[in-house]
Design a protein around this ligand. Structure first.
Ligand code: ARG
Length: 487
């Protein structure tokens, strides 16, 4: 169910007046300013399918409790189906007078059933309803977000598989540090995405708790069956405490932490692609379909997707801050402040669903300039550590080995030459421990091949990492494809 923007909210049909959920004790309707402030249907309308699923489960529970007879239950379920179809086709739409999704759907039910429609509200409140709807929506969409994360991770894995042996200058402080394989580098962007997926699964297990049955805050005096309702809606159990059930928004904040963290991961990847595609690096060329041009400079090819990944992390982090700030200091139980919980999560879901496919396409179609990477790999004396390790293997204490290697680098800097270009004589002059044998370790290829321990950058361990990541992603696919929420 898409959002309905403010302007598209239609005037209520003549047949029905404002569907008010209260009224008995009120002399008149709300002031225009209150109504305008209060309304949330323009953004919470997307909860409609979940609200309807909750209503079906609630109707069955009322029938089992003897509060609806079989005929009434049948009519209510048929009306809910009809309403769902009308929502999907767009023939039923919220109006300016519907405060929120619950009000709008109650109106739809009343239009179809008359007074019978009013029976469904027994034992239920918008407080347990909205908490339930949001859990259902997020559990459903967490899987969609996971599927998009998996696609990006797969694009990175696929690109990495082409560069298991491609050398690159690994960096710290954006300074050339030690050679790595570019495959290893790309897989270093996959690991955080695997952790994001892991966090979503953990979050999902904690979020699979049903608030229904809590009512406004105190539970219900009617013989409802929260355990059964929970099961019907794909939850593992009903909430243990009705006050907590309607007040708890941990699942919202936690979801927003996960999306903010993912945003930070994507931002880092974006920043690297921006650097890699610059004239100065020239490591990567983007496919035309995933790059943009300039309106004035005909030669330009810009990495806008990567920049938007960097930029959009701001709103993802902001959403988390918004919700934590809103929740801080709220007294139990439900407070209207909590209506502000929805837009940040909807925006987080929308942002990631938009961004991730673009990033995946950009990564899978980019061309890696192996020649430029290989040429850059030894630049900046990235093999100096190999010299120190070679000395250590000869029994020289590392402290001294570091010192000796430092002198060798200083000599190279002064002469503007590479480590393997120093003469036999000069090697001796730098240290009695140095001899021409050191040149054996002074190639990028040998430095990479020497790295065989698990998790290191050599082609061997990288191939293992690649296979493990591909296996894990296949398992995640199954998780993301599961339909846990009845629709
Ligand atoms: N639209 C409200 C929200 O999103 C629904 C709950 C309203 N409950 C209430 N007691 N006013 O939070």
């Amino acid at each position: 169910m898409a959002d309905v923007d403010d302007k598209s909210l239609t005037e209520n049909s003549a047949a029905t007046n404002r569907t008010s959920l209260w009224g008995g004790r009120f002399a008149g309707g709300p002031a225009e300013a209150l109504a305008r402030l209060s309304v949330s249907v323009q953004f919470d309308w997307r909860l409609a399918p979940y609200d309807l699923a909750g209503s079906r489960a609630h109707a069955r529970v009322l029938a089992r409790a003897g509060l609806l007879d079989a005929e009434e239950l049948g009519r209510i379920l048929a009306a809910l189906d009809d309403l769902e179809a009308a929502c999907a086709s767009g023939s039923f739409r919220p109006t300016v007078d519907d405060e929120d999704v619950h009000t709008a759907l109650e109106r739809g039910l009343l239009e179809r059933l008359g007074t019978l429609g009013g029976k469904l509200r027994a034992g239920r409140s918008r407080n347990d309803q909205v908490a339930t709807d949001l859990r259902l929506y997020l559990r459903d969409h967490a899987r969609g977000v996971a599927a998009r994360l998996i696609e990006l991770a797969e694009a990175l894995v696929e690109q990495a598989s082409r560069h298991v042996e491609t050398p690159a200058p690994g960096m710290t402080h954006v300074q050339h540090a030690q050679p790595v394989t570019f495959g290893h580098w790309l897989l270093a962007h996959v690991q955080p995405l695997l952790r994001d997926l892991d966090r979503l699964r953990d979050w999902d297990a904690r979020t699979a708790i049903s608030p229904l049955g809590a009512g406004a805050l105190a539970g219900s005096s009617l013989p409802l069956d929260p355990v059964r309702v929970a099961k019907e809606l794909g939850f593992t159990a009903p909430a243990a405490n009705s006050m907590d059930a309607v007040a708890d928004r941990d699942f919202v904040a936690e979801f927003l932490f996960i999306t903010a963290m993912a945003g930070v991961h994507l931002s880092r990847l974006g920043e690297e692609v921006v650097m890699w595609t610059s004239q100065e690096f020239g490591w990567v060329e983007l496919d035309d379909a995933f790059a943009t041009g300039s309106s004035i400079m005909p030669q330009k090819k810009n990495a806008d997707i990567a920049e938007l990944a960097r930029g959009k992390s701001g709103r993802l982090v902001g959403g988390l801050v918004t919700v934590l700030t809103m929740l801080k200091g709220l007294p139990l139980t439900y407070d209207r402040d909590m209506q502000e919980d929805k837009e940040p999560v909807f925006d987080a879901v929308d942002t990631l669903e938009l961004l991730l496919p673009a990033l995946a396409g950009m990564i899978s179609t980019m061309t890696v300039r192996v020649d430029r990477l290989a040429a850059a790999a030894p630049v900046g004396y990235t093999l100096a550590t190999e010299v120190a390790d070679w000395l250590v293997r000869k029994g020289v204490p590392f402290r001294e080995a570091h010192e000796v290697t430092g002198r060798l680098v200083a000599l190279c800097v002064a002469r503007d030459c590479a480590l393997d270009e120093v003469s036999d004589e000069d090697l001796r002059l730098v240290s009695e421990h140095l001899d021409p044998g050191v040149r054996d370790v002074l190639s990028v290829r040998s430095a990479l091949a020497a790295r065989t321990t698990p998790g290191s950058t050599g082609p061997g361990p990288v191939a293992d990492q690649l296979a493990a990541a591909a296996d894990q992603l296949a398992t995640w696919r199954t998780w993301a494809a599961a339909q846990v929420v009845p629709r």
